[in-house]
Design a protein around this ligand. Structure first.
Ligand code: NAD
Length: 326
């Protein structure tokens, strides 16, 4: 395998830190650019001496140009993630999406960097009538007035830029769309840590075997979750073997209901639950599961079953509850 000098933006984030570690293990030389707005250096502390870390904002052109110097490849993950922020600060989501992307592409072009990989999202296609959903379905912003679509709209702009700049200036551009990646230290706002911690609290307060568990939505909404190690394996394949201007869904096709997820998490705490349905956030998708046939064609096969991955994840949250921001 040829080793490369790789810039990873968003490298102290959940996915970024795992991608950084994999690149270090594979012998690549890694530079990370992150402003730690949501990332945390803790996630890469074990390998901090093996990498170069630049703390800075991707909206600042000089910082980005410095970070791009001498690189062979860029993996662009920095973005505002977390559903609550799509609603509370949509203008910042778009500012970081668009200014960040322009700066990174310009930095790559200035430096003559030949390879670029962009983190996109399933939110570019929102709700599809085709499930499992292939990469070819149309992209859409169902309602520009709903601030939620700042996230998906920003990702659509980034995809269009990656492809159209990619055609002209790069040897290889890959777009990857992560679908519900989970694992230890994945943040605190996601459904898995939130359910797990609420379940822990309720089970400590309540000696009954069965607990009442209020959720958003009916519980019949579906998702397919992929454990972080499988995700990183999929991304590595897409970058190494994917086609120039190729788009790849990375996830699993193990579609489960949110109720099923809650039941599995309750089992960890040796409880049974009765779901109390609630209101679904406006714009929330009822059914989502990627078609990963294209990535499978490159040799991808996820290894970690949901039950196993959930155990590893919840173990981490139970042990590290003191790290939860107050
Ligand atoms: N986690 C998932 O399941 C999922 C699903 C779809 C898409 N994605 C995409 O994958 C990427 C990584 O997601 P994640 O789950 O690791 O999220 P994350 O929030 O943990 O990581 C994003 C990182 O970007 C950094 N960042 C944000 N704004 C920045 C700025 N202006 N300048 C520099 N750094 C900045 C944050 O500090 C953070 O470390 C994102 O682009 C996200 O949209 C993730």
């Amino acid at each position: 395998m040829t080793t490369k000098k790789v810039l990873i933006t968003g490298g102290t984030g959940f996915i970024g830190s795992a991608v950084v570690k994999k690149h270090v293990v594979d012998g690549h030389s890694v530079r990370v650019l992150d402003n730690n707005s949501r990332g945390n250096i803790r996630r890469i502390k074990d390998i901090i001496d093996d990498i170069e870390f630049i703390e800075g904002d991707i909206r600042d052109p000089e910082t980005v140009f410095t970070a791009c110097k001498g690189m062979d490849s860029v993996i662009h993950l920095a973005y505002v993630n977390g559903t609550e922020f799509f609603y509370s600060k949509p203008e910042i989501v778009l500012d970081i999406a668009v200014k960040g992307m322009l700066n990174i592409l310009e930095g790559c072009i200035k430096e003559g960097i030949p390879e670029f990989a962009l983190a996109s999202s399933s939110e570019v296609y929102q709700t599809s009538s085709i499930v499992p959903t292939p990469e070819t379905v149309p992209l859409m912003v169902p309602d520009p007035i709903n601030p939620r679509y700042s996230y998906g709209g920003g990702k659509i702009i980034c995809e269009l830029m990656a492809i159209n700049y990619g055609r002209k200036y790069f040897d290889k551009v890959i777009i990857f769309r992560p679908h519900n990646v989970y694992g230890p230290d994945m943040g605190w706002e996601h459904v898995i840590p939130q359910f797990a911690l609420r379940m822990k609290e309720l089970s400590e307060k309540n000696n009954e075997k069965n607990i009442h568990f209020p959720i958003q939505g009916s519980g019949q909404e579906t998702r397919a979750f992929i454990f972080i190690d499988d995700f990183v394996a999929g991304l590595t394949l897409a970058i190494d073997k994917g086609k120039h201007l190729g788009i790849y869904h990375i996830g699993t096709m193990e579609e489960v209901t949110i109720e099923h997820l809650a039941v599995k998490l309750a089992q960890y705490f040796e409880k049974e639950i009765t779901i109390i349905p609630g209101k679904l956030a406006e714009g929330g998708t009822l059914r989502r599961c990627p078609d990963i046939g294209k990535l499978k064609g490159l040799g991808f096969s996820p290894k970690i079953a949901l039950e196993e991955g959930l155990k590893i994840t919840v173990d981490w949250y139970v042990k590290n509850i003191d790290k939860k921001p107050k």
